[in-house]
Design a protein. Structure first.
Length: 470
């Protein structure tokens, strides 16, 4: 299938880890230096960070040292071999680094190259970046899946999220034209990358809704989250709809502005998601079906197709309906925040990293996140019976734990293609579309891994009978 499409080349880790290794190192060196200076003064922790520390250090009857603290100590021992990247070397230093992070909005990281010229990239998910390599260890796999750990982390992230959401509370302090500002020349270049905007101040204003048009005033955004969940200007992302309504009814559109991860056919109800390749397990994705509604739906999708794509912190973070249809159900599931499947680093053929590079384990674990992360699950009964029941799953990755459902979804109303379903808050994220086993779906030729797809673009088409294979 081929048709009009908004696609651009992209990087597999774009926005999650800096593409320039110097920026990655610079961030870790800066936070480690801050942590060691603070540790030497014995200054008190931020109250939310102290509560997190207390939860980790809390012992159970019969324990001399808490299990969670033991696992944290083992995490840093196991990550120590990656000393070129990991600069925070123990739990106490991590706490002081968190003190720095949770009272600031995400910033633009600037380092000077060997030629003295500044190099900068945005760090939209700073806590993830601190835990990037430590999370890719066996001890972290054990710790980061524990309910007690995720409860403690949720409380910490809620504190930071409240700060990032509060109007005029200071969280818009990085929304400026200064060197570390998101609206500096380099910052606007990053926000326009991969064709997101035409570029510059005018491109941003033409593309996104903002309270004013002045970058030195942060475009008028009163909080970090107001900027993060910004909407598109009318006409900035037009629906790709053909004139023939019969053809239009067969099309499936991109629900998110995102980068394609993969497409998998013949998905199973139960599968061993920890295996190499990380197959999907419908039973687990849908909260051990039945989910909160008590209605079993996994069987509808056995043998069906999953499409997964991820969003960077610079992307648009609202979800739109991929088809016309009736909302059958919608709910949000709590999950883990930083758990990944440990691996040996980037594989041969990775488009961005050399084989064995330990960075970016979370991105390589995205299929696993479909059943472990906090997620919004929305079922849509498409108006076109050939499409049938479709499931959208929005995955809140790491800091992006808040998944907000739209009023129409909560009320189980009817949605038109392109209508808002909900949004993520505070960072980057991923999503999947699950198609039932009776839908004969063909994906567009351009829907390939590591390709950035604009929202409202056509990604697939349904047929009245299975298409012939090439």
């Amino acid at each position: 299938m081929a048709s009009r499409r908004e696609v651009t080349a992209f990087t597999r880790y774009g926005g999650w880890i800096p593409s320039d290794e110097r920026v990655y190192r610079g961030f870790h060196n800066r936070l480690a230096s801050f942590a060691r200076k603070k540790r030497g003064t014995l200054v008190r922790h931020n109250p939310a960070v102290q509560a997190f520390a207390d939860a980790i250090n809390k012992t159970e009857p019969g324990e001399e040292k808490s299990l969670m603290r033991t696992l944290f100590d083992n995490i840093f021992l196991q990550a120590a071999k990656e000393y070129n990247f990991v600069k925070i070397t123990n739990f106490d230093e991590l706490l002081y680094a968190l003190d720095h992070v949770v009272v600031k909005p995400p910033e633009f990281e600037i380092v000077k190259g060997e030629d003295g010229i500044p190099v900068g990239e945005p760090v939209g998910v700073p806590i993830y970046l601190l835990l990037d390599i430590p999370s890719n260890t066996a001890a972290a796999y054990d710790l980061f899946r524990l309910p007690a750990f995720n409860k403690a982390m949720k409380d910490l992230l809620t504190y930071w999220g409240d700060y990032l959401s509060k109007p005029d509370g200071g969280s818009n302090s990085s929304l400026n034209t200064g060197e570390r500002g998101w609206f500096s020349e380099a910052g606007l270049e990053g926000l326009s990358a991969q064709g997101r905007t035409p570029g510059g101040v005018d491109g941003f204003v033409e593309t996104y809704v903002s309270p004013n048009k002045y970058p030195d005033q942060g475009f008028g955004y009163r909080s970090w989250d107001e900027f993060f969940v910004r909407e598109f200007q009318q006409g900035a992302r037009p629906l790709d709809i053909p004139d023939d309504p019969k053809v239009a009814a067969t099309l499936i559109h991109s629900a998110c502005e995102s980068t394609v991860l993969r497409i998998l056919n013949r998905v199973k109800k139960h599968d061993q998601f920890w295996l190499k390749g990380q197959p999907y397990s419908l039973y687990d994705i849908l909260d051990r079906d039945p989910g909160p509604s008590g209605v079993k739906r996994a069987d509808n999708f056995i043998g069906g197709t999953i499409y997964q794509a991820f969003l960077s912190p610079q992307d648009f973070h609202r979800w739109h309906a991929p088809v016309d249809g009736k909302i059958v159900d919608g709910y949000v599931l709590d999950g883990s925040y930083y758990a990944v499947i440990p691996d040996a680093g980037a594989e041969i053929g990775d488009p961005d990293l050399v084989p064995g590079d330990p960075r970016g384990g979370l991105i390589r674990s995205q299929p696993f996140l479909t059943l472990s992360a906090t997620r919004a699950v929305i079922f849509i009964q498409a108006d076109n019976p050939l499409i049938g029941l479709v499931c959208f799953v929005g995955l809140g990755m790491c800091e992006v734990s808040t998944c907000e459902l739209s009023k129409k979804v909560k009320e189980k109303g009817h949605v038109k293609v392109g209508e808002e379903l909900g949004m993520f808050h505070f960072g980057g994220s991923s999503h999947v579309l699950i198609f039932n086993n009776k839908a004969a779906i063909t994906f567009a030729d351009e829907i390939l891994p590591d390709t950035h797809i604009k929202i409202h673009s056509i990604i697939a088409q349904v047929h009245d009978k299975p298409p012939k294979t090439k």
